[in-house]
Design a protein around this ligand. Structure first.
Ligand SMILES: [Zn+2]
Length: 412
């Protein structure tokens, strides 16, 4: 018997319900190693015949396979484990920044199978034209109808519903129709979001099985500036226009340095990769300036100027962390990109700054850590954005509910 809870103003079509239940089962198979049909009955509350119907459909389609395990000692019958055929469908992830742009193909577990770099070009039209060709070539190589979607991550603000960049100062893009350029002659769905927000998504999506699920945390990434993705109660904070959590542009010094956003004294002018390069250059005037990554390598090799520049950035980072902690009370702050690369060299100065400024009750609660995905959080977050739309988990499903869509609670 069907039980459907509606939080909706529209009528639910039977096909919608069937698809939602299918995705629910598929997601459970994805998340749970060696889950069986009877486990699915128990977990979902669906009837055994409903579970069988759905699983048989998924097996016929080639998305799920059944593997016989060793015989159960009590029943003598070999249990059958359901496993996702991870290559049966694919997702394309795109990361866009001046520093690093790339296109990757990932399987249903979100594992990157291959990736290609794309050199930066100052003309948005030229760059996006080249990117469109790369996406189309990768989709063709995947095979007809095998790509679930393309997830695009970029610096700045992009409208998730239209794929139009409102303002991406770091890229020099303003009012750019990214979706119009990328989706030409394509029927594949595209999903867009800001890079730091997607990096934050990746921390949840790729959580190791059995590890503690974080619900309130901030991801701070340094890629041509300082991006922050804020997760509150398991949801990415987008704000009214998708421009929330731009902590990189919150004020650190009222009469401070001019920032690319037009304001002065923004946090990212003092605590980002750009700041690290600038501070190092000021300590070595007239010399050629290394990149932020190279400065961290120099610091690791014992270079005094590089170590001093990194300490200064770490102290500035901690000032912004104090603001984040007071404003959001996160359980963790995760750092990415060059902040993760140099984290072991910066961690002491960051903690020392926090100890000077925060009450003890905050210090005993908070975790500071580098990203778990080794520099790939943004790209893998773009992939997760495709997969999470498909598997209808956390943010998107809840967003849909709040917009008057439906909640599916049991089987057909
Ligand atoms: Zn700014």
């Amino acid at each position: 018997m069907s039980t459907v809870t509606l939080t909706t103003r529209r009528v639910l079509r039977k096909a919608d319900l069937r698809e939602a239940n299918e995705r629910l089962i598929l997601n459970l198979i994805r998340q749970t190693p060696d889950i069986s049909r009877s486990d699915l009955v128990r977990v979902t509350g669906f009837s055994a015949s409903s579970v069988s119907l759905i699983v048989n459909r998924l097996v016929r389609r080639g998305w799920v396979r059944e593997d016989r395990l060793e015989s159960n000692a009590q029943t003598g019958r070999p249990p059958v484990a359901l496993r996702l055929d991870a290559d049966s469908m694919l997702a394309i992830g795109v990361e866009i920044s001046r520093e690093r742009s790339r296109v990757a193909v990932a399987d249903l577990h979100g594992r990157i199978l291959r990736e290609k770099p794309l050199p930066w070009h100052p003309s948005a039209k030229v760059f996006l034209g080249r990117l469109r060709s790369m996406i189309q070539a990768e989709a063709a190589a995947c095979g007809e109808g095998k790509v679930l979607g393309v997830g695009v991550a970029l610096q700045g603000t992009i409208r998730r519903d239209t794929g139009r960049v409102t303002a991406a100062e770091g890229l020099g893009w303003f009012d750019v129709d990214v979706h119009g350029e990328l989706s030409r002659r394509s029927r594949i769905p595209f999903y867009y979001d800001n890079n730091a927000k997607l990096a934050a998504t990746a921390e949840r999506w790729y959580r190791k099985p059995g590890s503690k699920e974080m619900k309130d945390y901030v991801f701070v990434t340094a890629q041509g500036g300082l991006g922050t993705g804020v997760v509150i109660d398991g949801r990415i904070l987008h704000g009214a226009d998708g421009e929330a959590s731009e902590f990189g542009h919150t004020l650190l010094y009222a009469d401070g340095r001019k920032c690319i956003c037009g304001n002065c004294g923004c946090w990212e002018e003092y605590a980002s990769d750009r700041a690290l390069v600038r501070i190092y250059a000021e300590k070595a005037p007239g010399e050629s300036t290394p990149t932020a990554g190279e400065i961290i390598d120099l610091a690791r090799a014992g270079d005094k100027r590089a170590l001093d520049a990194l300490s200064e950035v770490a102290r500035n980072l901690s000032l912004g962390f104090v603001n984040l902690i007071y404003a959001l009370n996160p359980e963790a702050i995760i750092v990415g990109d060059c902040l993760a690369k140099g984290w072991d060299l910066m961690e002491g100065a960051v903690w020392s700054g926090l100890r000077q400024r925060l009450p003890q009750r905050y210090l005993s609660r908070i975790t500071l850590a580098p990203e778990q995905l080794g520099g790939d959080s943004i790209l893998m977050g773009a992939v997760a954005n495709v997969l999470s739309h498909y598997f209808t988990t956390f943010d998107h499903q809840r967003d849909k509910q709040e917009k008057g869509d439906v909640t599916f609670v049991s089987a057909e």
